[in-house]
Design a protein around this ligand. Structure first.
Ligand code: BES
Ligand code: ZN
Length: 847
């Protein structure tokens, strides 16, 4: 079945009027579409879903004819059939229609908020990927770019927001007004925005003259200040960096209380969930602030990458998302240099990408998509994080200036149009004179990435590559012989050397002293050293002659090679001992992540848990004590982040003193309202909740209900998912489905609940029991992906079979690949436990 629209009719301009009814939860619409018809036709087919098209009229100069309306529900289309043939040329199609303001956070939906104790609703659009068709009949494919002229009919005391600036406001039928917005630039349908509600705002103008406004629900405008300052600095940064002026007079950022994803880059009217935009100086943590800055940077990067130049089809989605995911770090590095954000890039994006792309059930960055249900699924860490990581690799290889020139030429050449991956490589190739297409082709067209083995032989260093699989089970029966072109910097005690590995193997002179391959973790690969080379790296780790990212890379590869079956887990654990004197946040973050992952797999066997806790305490004691509970003057951002990791780890490995302090802080807060620094609040809550009972459950759920700052709600919510007591966990699950928890947060909380080893089994039973609810509410949403990803935390072959059987009985094509991935992960985990648990138990006895 063909899922692309025919190309002989293209939209040039849409004039759309939307009139939402915020009490009946419906909307009425009128639109006139200026079309170019290339071939004579009696039929016009476009997208439409969940809409009633009331009238369709084709206007050709002075004549007009009514069309007969038929729907194709499966393909989400509507066809208008006209009595007279429509001749080639420019025509106008005039439609009236109506729809529902739904509660599923997609299309045109309603979001709930409170003003002075009164519950109100706002109307919000969320159109990516294929939901413009749920708001107005449209040619809803990214390559059908057109100009949009939006008008909104709204109550007098409400505010309307759309992509551009309001041009005319007219009184309309007494209690309403009609707000007409200036036409947009040529853009894709998924970027349209329309919001109607009661808002407060703060605003500023950038030196380039762009009006920047941040909108919140009433009472929250003070929390918009940080985003406003950050966004305006970023717009200036991008304007200069991309060498292409932001084409709209205004850039609005809007906090929406109910939001499926994190944020959405509608051109000129970017929408966010509250946690990704609002900062309360007293109660938001530095981690919250960093998240807001990253999300704002990401969405604003899309104003150029995605909105100005758009992927031709969803196959090239990574051009939007992978790029924005890379550029957000570039902007943060320029605006907040003290955050050491590139280290965090390696710790976060690189890690996520290496994990997902190590599975057999991964997919190439570029993947064929047809039906809309296949699109949601590619908004994953392959498109985002792997996309960003291979761009990072290329940027490092080409150098900053050449990279920037390439981007500028790409944007200029394809502005207001669409592009494919090859267009981007072509631009880099032109400015650099390097064979960029040849180097990059495999990275986007093939799944996976290489592991580079490094061995010594007779004064030589021998490198060889093969595809990495994250477990022996994943590798089994897969004889993938892909060879990548891998730029590698080899750092050694004496020098730095750059090579491009293009064949399976390469030999170079062995430099003297220690050798670290893939310096700075710049390339998207893992490294497996022969044992002596690995031992030699202990010295530069301890002396910190190796950089932060290199130290991090050594740890993560060691652990992941153990999951892959290429190293014993105790070997990896032993390496952590060289890190007792470590001082960098991201390295500790990596170590903490790896230890918790193992702890989660070891099960409830008391002896092994006790021994593992002892090991963890030994490792984290020194850094936790060094950081202490109190902030010191002039501490860096990353030191603040490190404190909370170190204390949390020491506490979670059952250090009684750490737990006592947390308990005391919590009791003082509950009984005497003694404030807890937001940067350690999450740790305090977690260390109180895990061993807590009914009393703690009530305190936390009460705090959650009364809290209005969403970041604080999330912190409390996380604590609520970390109880260990099975009866309390039963209450936690019921609570998640209650009205106390917004729909947008429900599957995210279930996802964290799956991370809790005491909860995961019962959580899966719960998901199955309530499947009808989850399916109807979250089908095709980000929320659904979260839910299914969580299932991957289960640990036995029996679980994998149960999952397979369940999804056979309950087909959910939108998450088909995720379902395969979670089964693969579960089987690999079971296999690892069988292979490594005893070895670890033995090692812990003697360590
Ligand atoms: N374009 C996406 C949001 C989106 C994706 C909406 C898929 C609908 C379907 C947006 O630019 C985005 O990537 N948002 C991220 C946050 C970002 C900082 C990684 C998100 O929502 O998680
Ligand atoms: Zn994005």
């Amino acid at each position: 079945m063909d899922h692309r629209l025919p190309t002989h009719i293209t939209p040039e301009k849409y004039s759309i009027l939307l009139a939402p009814d915020l009490e009946a939860f419906t909307f009425a619409g009128e639109e006139t579409i200026l079309l170019t018809v290339l071939q004579p036709t009696k039929e016009i087919t476009m997208h439409s879903a969940e809409l009633s098209v009331l009238t369709a009229k084709l206007v050709d100069g002075a004549t007009g004819q009514e069309g007969i309306i038929t729907y194709d529900t499966e393909r989400e289309r509507v066809t208008f059939t006209f009595p007279e043939e429509v001749t080639p040329g420019q025509k106008e199609l005039v439609l009236t229609f109506s729809g529902i303001l739904n509660d599923r956070m997609r299309g045109f939906y309603r979001s709930k908020y409170e003003v002075d104790g009164q519950t109100l609703h706002m109307a919000v659009t969320q159109l990516e990927s294929t939901d413009a068709r749920r708001v107005f009949p449209s040619f809803d494919e990214p390559s059908h770019k057109a100009v949009f002229e939006v008008s909104l009919r709204i109550p007098q005391d409400h505010t309307a927001i759309s992509n551009t600036i309001e041009e005319v406001v007219e009184e309309h039928e007494g209690e309403y007004k009609l707000v007409k917005f200036a036409p947009t630039p040529r853009m894709s349908s998924y970027l349209l925005a329309a919001l109607v509600g009661k808002f407060e705002k703060v605003e500023t103008t950038t030196p380039e003259g762009i009006l920047v406004r941040v909108f919140t629900t009433p009472g929250k405008h003070e929390q918009a200040q940080f985003a406003l300052e950050t966004a305006s600095k970023m717009l200036s940064f991008y304007n200069d960096y991309f060498g292409f002026d932001y084409p709209l007079p205004v850039c609005d950022l809007i906090a929406v209380p109910d939001f499926d994803a994190g944020a959405m880059e509608n051109w000129g009217a970017v929408t966010f969930r509250e946690t990704a935009l609002l900062i309360d100086p007293q109660n938001s943590s530095l981690a919250n602030k960093q998240r807001v800055a990253l999300v704002v940077a990401h969405e604003l990067a899309h104003m150029w990458f995605g909105n100005l130049v758009t992927m031709e089809w969803w196959t090239h989605l990574w051009l939007n998302e992978g790029f924005a995911c890379y550029i957000e770090y570039l902007a943060i590095a320029a605006i907040f240099p003290e955050w050491e954000i590139w280290d965090q890039f390696i710790a976060m994006e690189h890690n996520d990408a290496l994990s997902l792309d190590g599975l057999k059930n991964t997919h190439p960055i570029e993947v064929e998509v047809k039906h809309p249900s296949e699109i949601v699924e590619i908004f994953d860490q392959v498109s985002y994080a792997k996309g960003a990581s291979i761009i990072h690799m290329l940027a490092t290889y080409l150098g900053k200036d050449v990279f920037r020139e390439g981007l500028r030429s790409y944007l200029k050449k394809h502005a207001y149009q669409n592009a494919k991956t090859e267009d981007l490589w072509g631009a880099f190739e032109e400015v650099s004179g390097q064979p960029v297409t040849e180097i990059m082709h495999t990275w986007t067209s093939k799944p996976g990435y290489p592991v580079i083995s490094v061995d010594t032989n007779d004064g030589m260093l021998e490198l060889s590559q093969k595809r990495f699989f994250s477990s022996p089970l994943s590798r089994k029966e897969n004889n993938d012989t892909t060879l990548w072109q891998v730029p590698l910097t080899i750092r050694s005690e004496e020098k730095e050397e750059e090579i491009l590995l293009t064949n399976e193997t390469l030999s170079i002179q062995r430099p003297s002293g220690w050798v670290k391959v893939n310096a700075g973790e710049a390339s998207f690969a893992r490294v497996a050293y022969e044992p002596t080379l690995l031992t030699e790296l202990e010295k530069p780790i301890i002396e910190k002659t190796l950089g932060t990212r290199d130290r991090l890379g050594i740890i993560r590869d060691a652990f992941d090679l153990s999951y892959a079956g290429d190293m014993d887990a105790p070997e990896a654990l032993k390496i952590t001992k060289s890190f007792v004197e470590e001082t960098e946040y991201v390295v500790w973050l990596e170590i903490a992540g790896q230890l918790q992952r193992i702890k989660g797999l070891l099960g409830a066997d008391e002896q092994i848990v006790a021994d593992f806790n002892k090991f963890g305490k030994q490792l984290f004691r020194q850094i936790a004590e060094k950081m202490g509970w109190e902030k010191r003057p002039n501490e860096s951002q990353t030191q603040v982040l490190l404190r909370s990791i170190a204390l949390h780890q020491l506490g979670s490995f059952e250090d009684p003193a750490t737990r006592e302090i947390a308990r005391k802080m919590f009791d003082d807060f509950v009984e005497h309202q003694t404030p807890i620094d937001p940067d350690i609040r999450g740790v305090v809550y977690a260390l109180v909740a895990d061993k807590g009972g009914k009393k703690e459950f009530e305190i936390f759920t009460d705090l959650y209900r009364k809290e209005s700052l969403h970041q604080e709600k999330d912190r409390i919510g996380r604590a609520i998912t970390s109880f260990e007591n099975p009866e309390i966990l039963e209450k936690v699950r019921t609570w998640i489905l209650s009205d106390d928890v917004r729909t947008q947060d429900k599957t995210r909380l279930i996802y964290v609940l799956f991370m809790n080893p005491y909860a995961r089994k019962a959580t899966w039973e719960f998901v199955k029991t309530h499947w009808d609810y989850f399916f109807n509410q979250f089908k095709g949403s980000h929320g659904m992906s979260r839910l299914v990803e969580g299932v991957g935390e289960l640990t036995s072959e029996k679980d994998a079979l149960d999952i397979a059987a369940f999804f056979t009985a309950h087909p959910t094509p939108e998450v088909a690949r995720t379902i395969e991935q979670v089964q693969e992960t579960i089987r690999s985990r079971a296999d690892w436990i069988a292979r490594e648990k005893e070895k670890i138990a033995d090692y812990l006895k003697t360590s």
